[in-house]
Ligand binder design. Structure first.
Ligand code: FAD
Ligand code: DLZ
Length: 508
């Protein structure tokens, strides 16, 4: 009796657990493009196209490797429209009585599989370095769950950039070298781009037809869509991007969408690359002397540190995590998050780039779009849904802890010991956005001032009961209290006027 082997759109790895448990001779792999996955948030068309194209190519690769694969395209007339629906349809067709699956990366889909009338054996997703149990053991009994301590455990566990039990170079973390603004003459070659082949073109036509109205530009579409291409994109990054990765990690330039970032999360999260291969390539380049230690350490910290830590938090905190709202923020997300039409040059640049690329780098996500929604008190669930929709690398296990936790402080301080907020000064230092802005970053109050300036102080003032005693924020509150009464009043009045205009849907 054959069993169904479910492979989801972000499980495109030949080492995925369900496949390892299956029997190539008797079991049947099933993959399905379904409306429920494509529509549960209005995904960016590039994200949908990437997932479908990569799924189709992975299915073809499995067939070539001798698997029997039942693949459902979105426009298949018999398509049941959901993963459980497709399981039942394929079970009836094949006579299969049970399903082998790998744990999905979203609680929503885990419970859908648990509720399926057919028995579903869900295997842990061991594409990650840290299992749920290991994260629980690490977290258990700790006063706070700071990423840095977790990261050091992962360095010890993997032995990456370790000399015995000591970190290579004598320091665990070289982040203080990684905050340079990009010089004007810096050249970035950007990620490797791939020309769509026949399979990708067929998917692009489908996505254009079905999801053309979603926020996001579909063409030009240049993502890698199979493991071979993703490996080439990795090799390209190691050669061209990694040497400058550390230095310019936090920099932002209006005309440079990628700088020295790798743009590999899309492939890594979908299974086209694995963390082991990425980290081995980074460490090799460092050992060969091709990249400085701050770049190599900075990069592996993102992958074995932040990425694994975020996943640990998502699964530890449970299905209600995305509804947390510790700061009780209630405003509706501004309409310009779907258009980029705002006079604030930084927000306009980050949002239009997101529209065109389905990509923005970490600091754009955190300190431009996320900073603004936090400062203006937007409902974090609204913010979460936007991020989940617009980025090609977004799946809840990694998006939610970054948004709800790191960016919006909606989990009350599990991920971050203080909120990531800043005034315009930080944006001016780290980017060239302010030059083309209708607002003046040098002005602190009034109609012409950069809104981040007064919104920043307003945020601290509104949340003084919560953050006033936070030692990491003491200096900021001291500065606020040292301002004259007139200045504080003018700051709060500017913030109030701006927030009223925002709520009224006026152009800001
Ligand atoms: P690089 O800058 O080249 O970094 C290398 C790799 O490190 C990335 O590919 C990624 O796998 C990993 N990484 C770096 N930072 C993080 C992090 N904070 N959490 C997890 N992995 C990390 N990342 C996602 O993969 N999906 C998301 O939906 C997502 N949403 C985010 C939302 C917000 C508000 C913020 C602040 C961050 C979010 N991140 C998310 C983390 C980070 O922004 C992206 O991983 C990164 O921008 C991906 O681009 P890259 O591959 O060029 O990364
Ligand atoms: C993101 C996505 C999309 C757009 N479509 C599909 C799909 O049609 N079929 C599928 O199996 N997976 C899809 N995915 C990825 C899933 O949404 C992903 O597996 C869950 O969000 C869990 O991480």
């Amino acid at each position: 009796m054959s069993r169904l082997v479910l492979i989801l759109g972000d499980q495109l790895s030949d080492r995925i657990a369900a496949l390892r448990e299956a029997d190539r001779e008797s079991d049947v792999v099933m993959m399905a493009e379904v409306a429920s996955e494509a529509e549960y948030v209005p995904h960016h068309p590039k994200k949908i196209a990437f997932v479908f194209a990569a799924m189709r190519k992975f299915a073809a690769a499995l067939e070539s490797a001798g698997w029997r694969v039942l693949y459902t395209k979105l426009d298949d007339p018999d398509n049941a429209g959901s993963i459980p629906g497709e399981i039942l349809r394929r079970a009836e067709e094949t006579g299969a009585k049970e399903v082998l699956a790998t744990e999905p990366g979203e609680w929503r889909l885990i419970s859908a599989l648990e509720d399926c009338p057919l028995p579903v054996h869900m295997f842990p997703d061991d594409r990650f370095l840290c299992s749920h149990e290991e994260f629980e053991d690490w977290a258990e009994g700790r006063k706070d769950l700071r990423m840095e301590w977790f990261y050091r455990e992962m360095r010890r566990k993997t032995g990456l950039m370790m000399e015995g039990d000591k970190p290579a170079g004598g320091k665990w973390n070289y982040d203080h070298d990684n905050r340079k603004a990009a010089p004007k003459d810096a050249e970035f070659s950007g990620p490797m781009r791939f020309t769509p082949d026949e399979t990708v073109e067929a998917v692009l036509a489908l996505v254009e037809d079905r999801f053309g109205v979603n926020f996001g530009t579909l063409r030009p579409f240049w993502f890698a869509t199979d493991q071979g291409e993703a490996r080439r994109a990795l090799a390209h990054f190691i050669k061209t991007g990694l040497p400058g990765f550390g230095d310019y990690q936090d920099a932002m330039l209006a005309g440079e969408h990628f700088l020295a970032h790798s743009v590999l999360s899309i492939y890594l999260n979908a299974g086209l690359l694995c963390w082991e291969d990425i980290c081995a390539a980074v460490v090799d380049a460092w050992e060969e002397g091709d990249v400085p230690i701050n770049a190599a350490e900075g990069y592996i910290r993102q992958v074995i540190g932040w990425r694994e830590y975020m996943r640990g938090i998502y699964f530890r905190e449970g299905p209600d995590y995305t509804t947390r709202n510790a700061l009780e923020h209630k405003r509706t997300r501004p309409g310009f998050y779907w258009t980029g039409e705002t006079k604030m040059a930084c927000l306009s640049a980050a949002i239009t780039q997101t529209r065109d690329e389905a990509y923005a780098h970490h600091i754009q996500r955190l300190m431009v779009t996320g900073n603004f929604t936090l400062l203006t008190g937007i409902d974090p669930h609204d913010v979460h849904e936007w991020y989940l929709a617009v980025y090609a690398d977004a799946y809840e296990w990694v998006e939610a802890p970054n948004v709800i936790g790191m960016s919006q402080y909606a989990d009350g301080g599990i991920v971050g010991s203080k909120p990531y907020v800043s005034g315009g000064g930080y944006l001016k230092r780290m980017s060239d956005y302010c030059k083309g802005c209708a607002y003046d970053v040098g002005e602190k109050t009034g109609d012409h001032a950069c809104p981040y300036n007064y919104l920043y102080w307003n945020f601290l003032h509104q949340h003084r009961d919560r953050f006033g005693k936070n030692p990491r924020m003491a200096q900021m509150y001291r500065t606020w209290m040292k301002m004259s009464d007139d200045k504080r009043e003018a700051t709060l009045a500017s913030a109030e006027a701006f927030l009223s205009r925002l709520e009224a849907g006026e152009d800001v």
